[in-house]
Design a binder for this molecule. Sequence first.
Ligand code: ATP
Ligand code: MG
Length: 275
Amino acid sequence: MGKIRIDYERYRVPDKGAFSLSSISPDDDQGIDKASARKRVKKNLDDLQGFQERLYAENKQSLLMVLQAMDTGGKDSTIRKVANDLNPQGCRVTGFKVPSAEELSHDFLWRVHDHAPPAGHIGIFNRSHYEDVLVVRVHNIAPQTLIEKRYRHINDFERLLHDHGTRVIKIMLHISKEFQLTRLRRRLERPDKHWKFNPSDLKERKLWPRYMEAYEAMLNRCSTEYAPWFVIPAEQRWFRDLVVSDLLVDTLQRMDPQYPEPAFDVREFPPESLK
Ligand code: ATP
Ligand code: MG
C-alpha cells in the first residue's frame, strides 16, 4: 500500500481574506480509493493512541477538537470513530445543548471554559461556544451588536487556551442541503434511527441559507492562526474519517509530547534487583 497523503490544508479557512463555503465541495474525496483510505485511518487511530499516551504522561499540553455541523452532518459518528481507541481516562467529550436557565444567567463562555481539556487530555466538543454565534444569530436570540462582540470574545478565549498550552482545532463537517434530506429520510425509514429524528430539525432545515450565512460569518471572523477552522467534506464518511484522523495525528505530531524524565536514577534500580 502506498502512503496516502491527504491535503487537508485546502480545507483550512485562511485567517485573512474572504472565505466562501462554496469553495469546498461537500462530496470531495480527492479521488482517493476507499479501501486504502480505511487502512490509513486504522493506522492513524493506532498512532493517535500512542500520541495520547505520551500527551498524558507528559502532562503539560492538551488538545481541543471543536466539532460543528448542521443536523445529520455526522458529529456523533466522527467522535465514535476517532475517539473509539482512545484511553477514556485522558479524553473527555462534551456536548452542548440548549443552555439551562443558570447557564443563561452567565456570560456565554461560562459553561464552556469548565470543559476545556486539562493538561495531558484530549477534549472534544460536540457543538460548542460557536452555537452562540450560529443558532443564536439565525434565530435572533441575541442582538446582532452582541453577536458582533462575541466573535472577538471567542478569539480572545481561544487565545487564552492556546497560551495556556491547549492546541485548538475546529472542524465544520460540511454537507449539502440535499445530502441532509437523504439522511433525514433514512432516519424515518429505519426504526433503529427514529430516536435520532427530531421534528424540529425540519424547522432548522428551512433556515438552511441563514445557517450558511452565519457559518460563513463566523468562519471568516474566527479562523485564526492559533485556532484554525477546517471545513471538511463530510458526505463521504470514510473520507471524512481520513481527513479528521490525519489532521489529529499531524497536530499531535507537531505538539510532540514527550515522556517525562524519571524522577529517580534508573541505574539504581536494575529490574532484576527487585524482590
Ligand atoms: P445533535 O443535534 O447535536 O446531534 P441532539 O439532537 O441529541 O444533538 P439537541 O437537543 O438537538 O440534541 O441539542 C442540540 C441543540 O441545542 C441544537 O439545536 C443546538 O442548536 C442547541 N444549542 C446548543 N447550544 C446552544 C446555545 N448556546 N443557544 C441556543 N441553542 C443552543
Ligand atoms: Mg439534534
